[in-house]
Write a protein that binds this ligand. Structure first.
Ligand code: SF4
Length: 69
């Protein structure tokens, strides 16, 4: 798989503008995985905007909304 390095990456919904990993999908995924988290693209925008990328927040979202984003 080729790693995207495009600041306007399709599918990137991250609203945290100052992040240097924005559009660098491999770096983004590895960063959050190291921290036991998921990247923004796993979250519905109402959850993404909290910047809480924890598995617990993801589970709460799925319980309330299902898997739709
Ligand atoms: S999901 Fe995290 S690492 Fe990825 S661009 Fe957003 S703030 Fe940065």
């Amino acid at each position: 798989m080729e790693c995207s390095n495009d600041p306007k990456a399709v599918g990137c919904n991250c609203s945290y503008e100052p992040c240097s990993r924005k559009g660098r999908c491999c770096e983004c995924l590895h960063y959050h995985r190291r921290n036991g988290e998921l990247p923004a693209c796993f979250f519905h925008e109402s959850y993404e905007r909290t910047y809480d990328r924890s598995l617990e927040n993801f589970q709460n979202m799925v319980k309330k909304m299902g898997m739709r984003r």
